[in-house]
Write a protein that binds this ligand. Sequence first.
Ligand code: ADP
Ligand code: MG
Length: 616
Amino acid sequence: MARINVLPKNVAELIAAGEVVERPASVIKELVENSIDAGATAITVEIQRGGVTYMRITDNGCGISRDDVPTAFLRHATSKIKTGDDLNNIGTLGFRGEALAAISSVAHIEMLTCTKDEQLGTRYVISGGVEQDFFETGCPVGTTIIVRDIFFNTPARMKFLKTDVAESNAVALVMDRMALSHPEVSFKFIRDGKQTLTTAGDGKLSSAIYSVLGREYFGGLISAENAQDGVTVTGFVCKPVLCRPNRNGQFFFLNGRLVKSGTACAALEQAYKNSAMVGKFPYCVLNISVPLDTVDVNVHPAKTEVRFTDERRVFNCIYYAVKSALAAGDTRPEMTLDKKPVNRFQNMSVEEFRQTVIKETPKDEKTVPVFEEKPKTNFSLSDTKKMLFDETPERLSMLNSSKKAEREEPALPPPPVVEEKCVEIQDEKPPVKYIGEAFKTYIVAEQGNDIYLIDKHAAHERILFEQIKKSAKTERQMLISSVSVPLQKNEYNAIIENPELLSIAGFEIEDFGIDTVLVTAVPAMLEGADIPSAVREIAESIIKTGTATLERIDDIFHIVACRSAIKAGNLQSAEELSAIAERVLSSDDIMYCPHGRPVAMKLSRREIEKQFGRIQ
Ligand code: ADP
Ligand code: MG
């Protein structure tokens, strides 16, 4: 072994810098966080060539007083905490005192800073951790930091950088997240001379979302808020029909810091269960606030995972925020008609008109206006307590009493019993008039000033699903002769290992041995349906669904609803169809089929009259 040496300061700094400074985006994150901690209300970031050659961050924060400037660049130098106890109460984004030291050890830095108490500001230049220049200079209150040639002294690190475009994109993402988490700050981002982001800094999350994520994203949002057990959730979630094929649109902020949290994500998605299509994910911008001492931020600086001391409270608060937002703010998708000129000849010259008339066969369908689905938005969270939870108190207490199932499911606690029965306060709905059926698939009905197309099978399935959720336990049917169902080994195990689950769903099943079960009772609605295949399907779903109890039960209800819908055959009579229309349109709980497809679409009288040219 060679002799043991204490590494020179600059080498130690280089090693430490590796932790904090991975790429230009991580520099921007640290420096913008410093600006926010300094109380800035306006922050401008400019980068060139992905930030590799040039980054400039300007803020109007408190600045650093001259004597403190060199200290700020030392490792473990911070104004944000003093003692170990302070670590339990971190209210700033930074606290490690590492960023300036780390960045200055791998780049050329120039800082201009001035506090409100100083006549003159300070210019400080430091390169590869070595001070180059330090003098008074005139500059406004606040701080500007210019970082040039990152990794100039560590070429090995340069090699890990991606293309300039990829590095720029990574910086842009950091800026987006900063802007979303701090609507009270006005951000500007200039990328290779082009300003690509500006936020108002008016303190409104909605303005920040509009600027950062664009009109389309913004247009699909419903506001969500809730406060319970010391946790507060505010923000926006998307309408279920707009769910996306991935989770990229999900933003969770905890006390102003972007976080990844399995609990938050699970609570969000659980609240969309049976409203969002299978395989699609909701998007959201949700701010979660918890008391500072109930969260551990002291994880790796570059990591965003977060741990709460009480995951269940956070889960519940988010779950109910989202659930009530969806109940209050979701509306049926609305159809608009194509905005083609009604009179297709009106813009033609006389000659064109003549030619067209000569050429055309009388049957031209091309100009018939087309239905186009365009979901209507509703941002306002109605201040009435209009909460339509799917879970009835009876059902939830059934779930809670299922001890075994709960033990299996630590990550996804079922929401607690809702103490008060949630009341539905809504305006009286106008009567529903059944008009007819189109394409043997859609019910056409009129209500007030709207015409609805209702997907009869989707609606029927959802109606049965809601019915069985409410009545599974009470409306079970003993079978006159029990049905024996031979199963595959794993199906058999899934069934006999979950007696409570099946009993909640309305089944009574006995173990017959030799991979066979005996069904003695079924949910009343299933009587006369193909019971063996329903049991097999349930077994498969239990195998597939992993551990979440709520989901498993919903899946079983869903299977029962599907089966009894099949049993009902192809609904045809006007009475049946009219009853479905009545059920769907008389309240707002039948919005989506259990797979998350919309059940009904609305076409307003106004839209029709516009198209006929009766109104403008
Ligand atoms: P930390 O943010 O963890 O405290 P940094 O190395 O990022 O550590 O910054 C060191 C100190 O320099 C901060 O604690 C703060 O006092 C000061 N500082 C850094 N950037 C700014 C800024 N933009 N405005 C005012 N003070 C700043
Ligand atoms: Mg910092």
